[in-house]
Ligand binder design. Structure first.
Ligand SMILES: Cc1ncc(COP(=O)(O)O)c(C=O)c1O
Length: 396
């Protein structure tokens, strides 16, 4: 198992910053913004009030689970707080525990490539086999139902969908979700679970609404992983949730209980405060989303010009995933040939002091992921540096 690929540039960045090098970090999915005070104050208050012991029940505070259930029930779902919701110490814990609980050695877990790099690591850790479906920008970085149908076999136990998608920002439309479910329902293998990673569900642009994989009822073989940690910038509080049937959550529970021992108590109070004060939280998320949308537009315009090719317009998240194929085979001023995306990303960090993540880490070479939830001036400076460094590359 390898350490998180999206976190890995942070070591080099810290070293460079220790040498007083002004690095612009557009790598990790950590927005540069302070979270709303009603959330952080609730965290502090929980600590001051002594909520610092283990948290019982391990499924999470019932009052928090009720609030999480309500957010889905307002959209027409029927989620029972007690039976269908489990609060987890971050989405990573929920996703990895689900994969462990629902697979046996040799089972396969299917996902599109590009994918979020922790999925294959989690699958390997569960002794299962990760099978990716290559998707291209031509198909808007979305699997076709036919591709899904072709890859499923008797060993397939889980299909992971991420919408909005990290790293491409693609968002699934309701008709696509229906089509995928149809494939899985019609398929001979009725044992396949959809693991829907909806962590970015609140960060969708251009007035488009998120569609959940969750049907009206919580069905067997659908597990939802979510959080407001990205949209409220509280990813360091390590909190998320799973929604599933009682039967499925019962299988996941021992893994969460033995590996994590519950969720940080103050983080749960903070999350609850976010949902108790939904008006303030929604206002915060709207402002953040608008800022992200503007940053998306700035990034698109610049990157299309730099690489002389159109990259997919992210419909959500705060990532963009341009192709850097045009720079392959070019030579740096120091005489080194850029052979692949890893070389190019290393060159950007060394030459331009801008950190991004190579597409290879997401199972899609010749691309890179750039995070744009940073102040506009930082973003513009980062893009200018990428432009200058890229224009320095020569054809031989
Ligand atoms: C698609 C996706 N899922 C899950 C996670 C992990 O979430 P958490 O920080 O809550 O563990 C991330 C974090 O970047 C992500 O991008």
């Amino acid at each position: 198992m390898n350490p998180s690929a999206t976190f890995s540039p942070s070591v080099k960045i810290a070293e460079m910053r220790a040498q007083n090098i002004n690095v612009i970090d557009l790598s990790v999915g950590n927005p540069s913004l302070s979270p709303p005070v009603h959330i952080t104050n609730a965290f502090i208050q929980a600590v001051c009030e002594g909520h610092t012991g283990y948290s019982f029940p391990e499924a999470g505070l019932l009052s928090l689970r009720q609030k999480i259930a309500e957010t889905y029930n307002r959209q027409g779902h029927k989620v029972d707080a007690d039976r269908n919701v489990f609060v987890t110490p971050g989405c990573k814990a929920g996703l990895s525990s689900t994969i462990r609980a629902l697979t046996e050695t040799g089972d396969t877990v299917v996902c599109s490539a590009p994918y979020w790099p922790s999925y294959p690591e989690m699958v390997e850790n569960a002794h299962a086999v990760f099978k990716s479906i290559q998707i291209s920008q031509k198909q808007n970085f979305q699997i076709t139902p036919e591709q899904l149908d072709r890859v499923i076999d008797k060993n397939t136990k889980i299909v992971i969908f991420t919408s909005p998608h990290n790293p491409t920002g693609a968002v699934l439309k309701p008709e696509q979700i229906i089509a995928y479910k149809k494939v899985l329902n019609l398929h001979k293998n009725q044992h396949v679970t959809i693991l829907a990673d909806e962590i970015y569900k609140d960060i969708i642009f251009d007035g488009v609404q998120h569609t959940s994989f969750l049907g009206r009822e919580v069905e067997d073989r659908i597990v939802i992983s979510g959080s407001i940690s990205k949209s409220c910038v509280i990813n360091g509080l390590r909190i998320g949730y799973l929604i599933g049937t009682e039967k499925t959550l019962r299988k996941i529970y021992p893994i969460l209980s033995n590996n994590y021992g519950g969720v940080c108590n103050p983080s749960q109070y903070a999350y609850k405060a976010a949902l108790d004060n939904i008006g303030e939280t929604t206002d915060f998320i709207s402002c953040f989303k608008n800022a992200c949308q503007q940053s998306r537009d700035i990034s698109m315009t610049q990157l299309n010009e730099i690489f002389d090719t159109e990259c997919l317009k992210p419909e959500g998240t705060f990532y963009i995933f341009p192709s850097c194929q045009n720079v392959m085979g070019k030579v740096t001023p120091e005489g080194k040939m850029i052979q692949n995306d890893l070389d190019y990303v290393a060159y950007l960090l060394d030459k331009a002091h801008v950190a991004v993540v190579a597409g290879s880490k997401f199972g899609k070479p010749d691309h890179f992921r750039m995070q744009f939830a940073v102040p506009k001036e930082t973003l513009k400076e980062g893009l200018n540096r990428i432009k200058e460094a890229t224009h320095c590359l020569r054809v031989i």
